[in-house]
Design a protein around this ligand. Structure first.
Ligand code: ASP
Length: 306
């Protein structure tokens, strides 16, 4: 089993989802099983936050923002899927839209959006993305299954930045996931409160963490984080011409860089993979042949990493 995660820019539109699917097809020809964790389409989480903020002050501009979100989802689905596959998921997309619309009109009515409500609203970003990608993979003949991570990633009730209950989460994942012959397409970022079952989120950027949680539970041989740069660079390439990719680094270095604000990985990500000694590779969706950066316990050189 190999766990891979694709971030918002990698799944930003239909064209990019096709690139992702090419990568998955290639991987699936070599690996027994895959678990793919996805973010929302890029910009969508911010869009949903803005929509909620507007609804909370009963600014009717929220209706237009909600329409932007719905159009974005419909646009990706209609460009990616053939007629038959599209027709099969339209009822689900419509249903999602209705629930979201009702939720937001409730927020506007009472002019209040608690963290709990916000987590539920934000979950629509990741859920739509994973749902559509899964349908596309099936439509091109790959055996895939949509995974709503809320059924598996169990957390406390710290809405907005929930803490994971690893004991229950690992049990749920291990009891359900098969090792072979399937591509699971899972929602990043979201989980559910172990007591009430309500939707929670793991903090902004939390899809990396979701992927690490699945990787640890499934003893993935490696965790691949696919982004829009070829690994961790020595410095910002827009500012430093000679910036180059660091081949290898330790978990401690990656963690330190994340804490200091380098966009390596969402900081909590490293703990579950480090504890199980699962190497993590940062890869570039737009240049899949690049080796990227390998984060593991025993890197060759560490002196240029920080
Ligand atoms: N979509 C969420 C965010 O924008 C989670 C993620 O992308 O990792 O924060």
């Amino acid at each position: 089993m190999l766990v891979l995660k694709f971030g918002g820019t990698s799944v930003a539109n239909a064209e990019r989802l096709k690139l992702v699917s090419d990568i998955l097809k290639e991987k699936f020809s070599k690996e027994k099983g895959l678990c793919v964790v996805v973010s929302a389409f890029s910009g969508v989480t911010d869009m949903l936050i803005q929509t909620t903020d507007l609804a909370e002050i009963n600014d009717q501009a929220y209706v237009k923002r909600l329409d932007d979100f719905t159009s974005k989802v419909a646009d990706v689905a209609s460009k990616l899927l053939d007629k038959k596959a599209l027709a099969e998921i339209i009822p689900d997309l419509n249903e999602n839209h209705t629930v979201l619309k009702n939720l937001l009109s409730g927020v506007a009515l009472i002019q209040e959006a608690s963290k709990k409500t916000r987590d539920y609203i934000l979950s629509f970003g990741e859920r739509n993305c994973a749902f559509i990608l899964n349908k596309y993979l099936q439509s091109i003949g790959l055996p895939s299954e949509y995974i709503d991570a809320r059924k598996f990633i169990k957390t406390d009730d710290t809405f907005g930045a929930a803490r994971v209950n690893f004991l229950t989460t690992n049990k749920e994942v291990q009891n359900y996931f098969k090792e072979e012959g399937i591509i699971y397409v899972a929602t990043g970022f979201i989980g559910s409160d172990i007591t009430s079952g309500r939707t929670t989120t793991l903090g902004r950027g939390g899809s990396d963490y979701s992927a690490a949680i699945f990787a640890a539970a499934l003893s993935s041989k490696e965790l691949e984080i696919w982004t829009d740069v070829s690994g961790v660079l020595t410095s910002d390439p827009r500012k430093v011409k000679k910036a180059y990719t660091i081949d290898e680094m330790s978990y401690a270095e990656a963690m330190e860089m994340s804490h200091f604000g380098a966009k390596v990985l969402y900081a909590p990500t490293i703990r579950p993979v480090k504890e199980k000694n699962i190497p993590t590779r940062i890869k570039n969706t737009f240049s899949p042949g690049d080796p990227g950066t390998l984060i593991h316990s025993n890197p060759k050189t560490t002196d240029n990493a920080i």
